[in-house]
Design a protein around this ligand. Structure first.
Ligand code: GLY
Length: 413
């Protein structure tokens, strides 16, 4: 069995480690991969286009390709692979728009009665400004670009001046390029975020355990947005009643909409939720697994991941078993991240570190582990409670060293 995984972060390393743990005989390939994935499989080193990847998959008789990063999905890779008769896990281009095009996604939510914060769409700067002025009392809002702008196109604003500045940057100065030609002004809900990642097999949506992601660089969710500085599973805010609310008001109408709109696919669907006023709201869909949520989910997955994927390709019913444990992932990053960051620092302590841990941005050079990106390592602790998992993760963090290493100390607190 040969599997190609597309992406180059800790998520892809975690997915690869899980597949190998379940079946040692699998051959893994990664594009572009990272230093960690090169220790468990083969990284494709050259720069490849989607068509190059098709040729690679054909030539190397790849059995299954799994898409990790949204970047490939928005290039339409799933449609192209399928046209060449290749098996691939991920949404086709139209369904990937649920992540890649926020207006498409919000209109889908509205049409199918999926609970989401109130919103207004603008393509004209003056009209957006007039709207802000007329709604002076709605102090806190989220301004979102239509395109995802490499994860940066969401600006939270808590006063009119900041909101006007954000609109100017997006719509006049084109800070996010074409992604900001149209924008959404959304009601800001103060609450607790939750990530529900699921597998969609075209007929059913099978949710994973709930996860919580820590997006900001600073403790207590302060400072700039990042790709994620940590995660925990399960999310303590996903109580039974919130799960019931989620299924009724978000998951079930989503499934109905996907079927009605012929947006069915086999791949991952990630519900980015906000729990506020004892209700759950859908902020966004992603059509992939979250990073660093994957790093806390895969270590708790009891079922054989490859069997799940193969059963889905054979249109068999699937269920996913989970260990009754908790996990906590702490992300170690380089100084400067999420802005301009340092790299090329020697990492010590990795070779003797206990599993699970994942490489996000590090490589082996002259037999030494070196930092190579903003997010460097994902250190995971597993325990009977979040507190225990957190304690174990932070004990392991103490064993790793590199110059100007940074991590948040409040993951799972
Ligand atoms: N953890 C958030 C994301 O993967 O988009």
């Amino acid at each position: 069995m040969k599997i190609l995984i597309l992406g180059g972060g800790g998520r892809e390393h975690a997915m690869g480690k899980k597949l190998l743990e379940d079946d040692h005989s699998i051959h893994l390939y990664f594009y572009p991969g990272n230093g960690g994935t090169s220790t468990i499989g083969k990284n494709i080193e050259n720069h490849y286009t989607v068509l190059d990847l098709v040729l690679f998959a054909k030539k190397n008789v790849i059995d299954i390709t799994i898409v990790g990063s949204e970047f490939f999905l928005l290039e339409g890779i799933v449609d192209i692979f399928q046209n060449f008769g290749l098996k691939i896990v991920g949404p086709h281009y139209l369904a990937a728009k649920l992540e890649g095009n926020r207006i498409f996604s919000k209109s889908f939510m509205k049409k199918y009665g999926i609970r989401t914060p109130k919103y207004h769409i603008f393509s004209c700067y003056e009209k957006a400004i007039n709207f802000l002025k007329k709604n002076e009392n709605s102090i806190s809002i989220a301004i979102k670009t239509n395109g995802i702008a490499a994860g940066k196109g969401v600006i939270l604003s808590h006063n009119q001046n900041d909101a006007i500045k954000a609109l100017k940057n997006i719509m006049i100065k084109k800070k996010f390029g074409k992604s900001g030609n149209q924008i959404i002004i959304e009601e800001f809900l103060q609450g607790k975020e939750s990530s529900i990642i699921s597998l969609f097999n075209g007929k059913d949506i099978i949710p994973f355990l709930s996860a919580k992601d820590y997006k900001k660089i600073g403790e207590n969710e302060t400072g700039l947005n990042t790709g994620g500085m940590g995660s925990i599973v399960p999310n303590p805010y996903m109580t039974n009643s919130i799960w019931i609310d989620f299924k009724k008001n978000i998951l079930e109408p989503t499934l109905e909409g996907l079927i009605m709109e012929k947006l069915t696919f086999f791949g991952f669907l990630y519900f980015g939720l906000m729990i506020a006023y004892n209700k759950v709201y859908l902020l966004e869909y992603n059509t992939r697994i979250g990073d660093p949520e994957a790093q806390t989910l895969f270590p708790l997955m009891k079922s054989n991941f490859l069997n799940i994927i193969q059963s889905s390709f054979q249109h068999k019913e699937i269920s996913i078993d989970w260990k009754k444990l908790c996990s906590c992932c702490v992300v170690l990053s380089s100084r400067g991240y999420p802005e301009k960051y340092e790299s090329g620092k020697i990492i010590e302590g990795l070779n003797s570190l206990k599993e699970p841990f994942y490489i996000a941005g590090a490589e082996i050079k002259q037999k030494k582990w070196m930092t190579s990106s903003g997010r460097v390592l994902n250190i995971v602790g597993i325990g009977n409670t979040i507190q225990e998992a957190r304690k174990k993760a932070y004990e392991k963090v103490q064993k790793v060293k590199f110059e100007n290493l940074y991590f948040r100390k409040d993951i799972g607190l």
